[in-house]
Design a binder for this molecule. Structure first.
Ligand SMILES: C[S@@+](CC[C@H](N)C(=O)[O-])C[C@H]1O[C@@H](n2cnc3c(N)ncnc32)[C@H](O)[C@@H]1O
Length: 219
């Protein structure tokens, strides 16, 4: 489901501050060579995340779901030189590909890649994060949220990707639970409902790309 008219989106992209050519190279390579390239956040989302990072002066970022390294690099480009992006992915092959792209980029030195299951890695991390980007397996979204809320710095923000799941989260959409993609809808509905009902969180769900949930802890 196209959330925003294609021409409107293209116009917005043409007027926005966008990720660098280093990110473009990752996007082009991934679209041509890697299965699942549709998972890339793309330019519009990257631009908004960059805006958020700069607005809060983020220095320390945790990403769940590295894939080929596009979003990690786009985030690294919007934090200071002594900032850090810790990015986690279970897939060693795409992790190695990402590392190769970062090594050739001007901002990739800020990125630290951890290979493994997000649920196992998060409890091993120390310190606070100014920004958490949740973009890994949907089944564990709710646990990623619960595990990362306590890790937020006072100005910290969590962004969760794909929360509209191609429009399937709407209550009147019937799901085919024999389909993997449809089963994931239930996990995303759960996370969206949990945020909406939590009085200690300020949440804004934006219809950008496949849906982005912006979350902040209330004091
Ligand atoms: C949507 S992609 C991430 C896209 C990336 N953020 C970007 O825009 O460039 C999701 C990634 O989550 C990873 N993943 C799946 N299950 C995981 C798990 N249990 N722990 C960590 N990563 C996982 C997949 O290997 C995949 O690379």
């Amino acid at each position: 489901m196209q959330m925003v008219d294609k021409k409107i989106e293209e116009y917005c992209i043409s007027k926005s501050t966008l990720p660098s050519n280093d990110c473009d190279r990752i996007e082009t390579y991934t679209r041509a060579n890697v299965h699942g390239a549709g998972m890339l956040i793309g330019k519009m989302e990257a631009s908004l995340i960059g805006f958020l990072l700069r607005s809060i002066g983020a220095k320390r970022i945790l990403e769940l779901g590295t894939f080929t390294g596009y979003s990690a690099l786009a985030m690294a480009e919007n934090i200071p030189d002594d900032g850090e992006v810790i990015t986690v992915d279970i897939n060693q092959t795409t992790g190695a590909l990402a590392q190769g792209f970062w090594n050739q980029s001007s901002q990739g030195h800020k990125i630290k890649s951890l290979i493994g299951n997000g649920l196992e890695i998060i409890p091993t991390l120390s310190g606070r994060f100014d920004f958490v980007f949740i973009d890994a397996d949907k089944r564990n979204y709710i646990d990623y949220l619960k595990l990362t809320i306590p890790l937020l710095s006072p100005q910290g923000i969590i962004v969760i990707d794909n929360v509209l799941w191609d429009g399937k989260v709407l209550p009147d959409v019937e799901l085919d639970l024999s389909e993997h993609r449809d089963r994931n809808t239930e996990f995303i509905r759960l996370v969206n409902d949990t945020i909406a009902q939590n009085e200690n969180l300020y949440g804004t769900l934006l219809p950008i790309r496949d849906g982005m949930f912006l979350i902040k802890k209330l004091a």
